[in-house]
Design a protein around this ligand. Structure first.
Ligand SMILES: [Zn+2]
Ligand SMILES: [Zn+2]
Length: 565
C-alpha cells in the first residue's frame, strides 16, 4: 500500500495533535474557494474567493462564502495565504477585511490584484509578499511556497507543516512543462516533500473528468504565431485579462510584426497596468497606444487586446460585435480571435457574439476551429503525477462540483489509496486530522452563500429573491384606495397601477374590470363588518389575484395600499 509510505514524525513526538480542516467554500461548486485550518487557538485561511451569481439570483452582484465562523473567531486568525489572483480565490478578501484585520500573504501579482480591489473598497490592509521557495512561519504553521503553472502568473501551492503533519494544498494548477514564461513545477521538490511525508493532500478537481493531459500554453502560442504571420488586416484578440503570460506573448508578437497595441475593457486595462508596474509584463516603449488612435493607423499596424471572450453582455467585444463601441467598428478584413473556451453556461452568448462578428464580415477564430485556448487545470494524468509524487496519507478533493470531487476520489483510489482515507467533504464540513487518524465531525459549521447586492452584504435572502423572481416573471400590480377607517367606506379609487404586467393603455377593459373587483371586495368586507386593514387587504389581494389569474393565467405580485381618510 502506498499510503504506508507516510512516516511518523520522529520517535520522541509528544501525543498526537489535532488540526481541523474546514472548507468554507469551493466544494460542490467551482468558485468562492476558502479553507480554514485550525489548531488550538490559531487559525490560518487559504484563499478567500467569490463566485458569480446564478441566473436565479436576480440583481445579485457577487456571492461570497459565509465567513461568520471566522469573524466569531477573529482573535484566533493569524493570516490569510492566497494561492493566486483569480477572482474565485481573492474576490472575498475585501468583505473579510471589512470585518476583521489580518495580514494577507501572496505573490506580487496576486497582491497587486488584491490591492486594486481594496482601493475600490477604500480599505487598507497588511499585504505581505511571498515568493516560490519562501518558508514562512505563521503561528504554529510553517509554510513552504511552491511555484505552480496555471492560467495566471504568480500561482503557488502550499506545503503547510502543521502540528499534526504536512497539509499540501495545490491551489489551481496544470502541469505545463513548457510554460510561456516563468518556471515549470519543481517536481524534484515535490518528490522530496512526498518522501518526508504528506499527511493530507487537497487538490484541484476542475478537469478530473478529462483523460490525458492539458496541453501547454505553447500550443496557443503556435496558433497565434500562425495568425500573426498570415493576417494583413487588423487583429483583435479577446482573452482572459488575468492570463498575463498570454497577453505578454501577444505583445511580443505585435512588436515582431510591427503592430501597435491598444487595450480595451476595464479589467484588461487594469491588469495590464498592474502587471507592467510589477514587472510581470514587459511592454517596449511606444508599443501601447490609446484605443482612440487605432483608426489613424493602417490595418496591418493594429493589435487590439480586449475583454469579452465569454460574450459578457457589457464587455468591449460584445459592444464591438453589436456596433456599440465608441472607437472600434468591425469591418471586413478584421480578424477576431476568441482566445478562450466557453465557461459552461456561456455558450449561447458567445455564439451570439461570433454570429454578429461574422455578419459584419470579420474572420473569426475560436476554440472550436483552432487550438486557441488551453485550460489552466489538470487532467487525469497530471493529477496522477501529483498524487504519486506526494503520496499523501489522506486526501480531500477540492475546487469542483460534487461530480468532480467524486471522480477525483475514485482517481485517488485507483492509485491505491485506502477508500476510508479519502474524504469528499462539503462546505462547512469539519475534518479532524491527526497523524494517525482522520475523521469528520458530526456537526457542520455554517457555510452557505452570502449574496452581495450593491453595498448590502447578506441582506438579500430567500424571501427577497423569491419576490424578485415573481416580479421578473409576472410583474407588479399596485392597488391604491382611500378608505374611511371606521366605516370601511370607499372615498376615492381604487386606482390600479402596474409595472411589467400588461401595457395598461392597451388593456383598459381588463383594468376597469379589475377596479370593479376591488370595489366589490371592499363592499363585501364592509357588509360583513371586516373593516380592519389586514382583512380588507387580504380580501382585495385574494379576489384580485383570482380574477387576474382567470383572465390572464398570470400571477403578478399584488400590493394593496390603503390611504386612511
Ligand atoms: Zn480557481
Ligand atoms: Zn485559478
Amino acid at each position: 500500500m502506498r499510503t504506508k509510505n507516510y512516516r511518523a514524525r520522529g520517535k520522541n513526538t509528544p501525543p498526537a495533535e489535532t488540526v481541523r480542516v474546514i472548507p468554507l467554500g469551493g466544494l460542490d461548486e467551482i468558485g468562492k474557494n476558502m479553507t480554514v485550518l485550525e489548531y488550538k487557538d490559531e487559525m490560518l485561511i487559504i484563499d478567500c474567493g467569490m463566485t458569480f451569481p446564478s441566473d436565479e439570483m436576480y440583481g445579485i452582484d457577487i456571492v461570497i462564502p459565509d465567513m461568520s465562523y471566522v469573524v466569531e473567531n477573529a482573535n484566533k486568525l493569524k493570516g490569510v495565504i492566497i494561492t493566486h489572483g483569480h477572482e474565485d480565490h481573492i474576490g472575498g478578501i475585501p468583505y473579510l477585511l471589512k470585518r476583521l484585520s489580518v495580514p494577507v500573504y501572496g505573490t506580487a501579482l496576486t497582491l497587486g490584484l488584491i490591492q486594486n480591489k481594496l482601493t475600490e473598497h477604500d480599505l487598507r490592509a497588511d499585504l505581505k509578499e511571498i515568493m516560490p521557495g519562501d518558508r514562512l512561519q505563521i503561528g504554529s504553521f510553517r509554510i513552504e511556497v511552491l511555484n505552480m503553472t496555471h492560467s495566471i502568473a504568480g500561482a503557488c501551492a502550499f506545503a503547510i507543516d502543521t502540528p499534526a503533519g504536512v497539509i499540501f494544498h495545490t491551489g489551481d494548477f496544470k502541469v505545463d512543462y513548457t510554460p510561456l514564461k516563468g518556471d515549470p513545477i519543481d517536481f524534484q521538490r515535490f518528490a522530496e516533500i512526498g518522501q518526508r511525508g504528506v499527511l493530507l493532500l487537497m487538490a484541484d478537481s476542475t478537469n478530473v473528468e478529462r483523460k490525458g493531459y492539458t496541453k501547454s500554453e505553447k500550443i496557443v502560442a503556435a496558433t497565434l504565431d500562425n495568425i500573426f504571420s498570415t493576417t494583413k488586416g487588423r487583429i483583435i484578440v479577446a482573452t482572459f485579462a488575468s492570463n498575463v503570460n498570454r497577453v505578454q506573448y501577444l505583445i511580443d508578437l505585435a512588436v515582431q510584426h510591427k503592430r501597435k497595441v491598444a487595450v480595451s475593457g476595464r479589467s484588461m486595462i487594469n491588469i495590464v497596468a498592474i502587471a507592467s508596474e510589477l514587472g510581470y509584463l514587459d511592454v517596449p516603449e511606444g508599443t501601447l497606444i490609446d484605443i482612440s488612435r487605432i483608426n489613424s493607423l493602417r490595418d496591418d499596424e493594429v493589435l487590439l487586446i480586449t475583454t469579452g471572450s465569454q460574450g459578457e453582455p457589457m464587455s468591449a467585444l460584445t459592444r464591438m460585435a453589436s456596433n456599440d463601441h465608441k472607437n472600434v467598428k468591425i469591418k471586413p478584413g478584421d480578424t477576431v480571435v476568441l482566445s478562450s473556451s466557453p465557461i459552461p453556461g456561456n455558450e449561447k452568448t458567445i455564439t451570439n457574439v461570433v454570429n454578429n462578428l461574422l455578419e459584419k464580415g470579420a474572420n473569426v477564430i475560436y476554440s472550436d476551429i483552432a487550438d486557441i485556448h488551453v485550460s489552466g487545470h489538470p487532467c487525469q494524468e497530471e493529477l496522477k503525477l501529483i498524487h504519486s509524487l506526494l503520496k499523501p496519507k489522506y486526501f480531500v478533493p477540492v475546487h469542483g462540483e460534487f461530480k468532480h470531487l467524486h471522480t477525483h476520489a475514485e482517481l485517488a483510489e485507483s492509485l491505491g489509496m485506502d477508500k476510508d482515507h479519502i474524504f469528499v467533504l462539503h462546505n462547512g464540513s469539519v475534518l479532524k486530522l491527526r497523524e494517525d487518524k482522520a475523521e469528520t465531525e458530526k456537526t457542520d459549521i455554517p457555510a452557505g452563500s452570502v449574496m452581495v447586492d450593491g453595498l448590502g452584504v447578506g441582506d438579500v435572502g430567500k424571501i427577497v429573491l423569491r419576490d424578485r423572481k415573481l416580479l421578473s416573471e409576472s410583474g407588479l400590480i399596485i392597488v391604491v384606495t382611500a378608505v374611511q377607517h371606521e366605516t370601511g367606506q370607499l372615498i376615492t379609487g381604487p386606482e390600479i397601477i402596474s409595472r411589467g404586467f400588461v401595457y395598461v393603455r392597451e388593456s383598459e377593459d381588463l383594468m376597469s374590470a379589475a377596479r370593479d373587483v376591488v370595489a366589490n371586495a371592499l363592499d363585501t368586507c364592509r357588509e360583513r363588518g371586516l373593516t380592519d386593514w389586514s382583512s380588507m387587504k387580504n380580501s382585495v389581494r385574494d379576489e384580485l389575484r383570482q380574477f387576474i389569474y382567470e383572465q390572464t393565467k398570470r400571477s403578478p405580485i399584488i400590493l394593496p395600499i390603503f390611504l386612511e381618510v
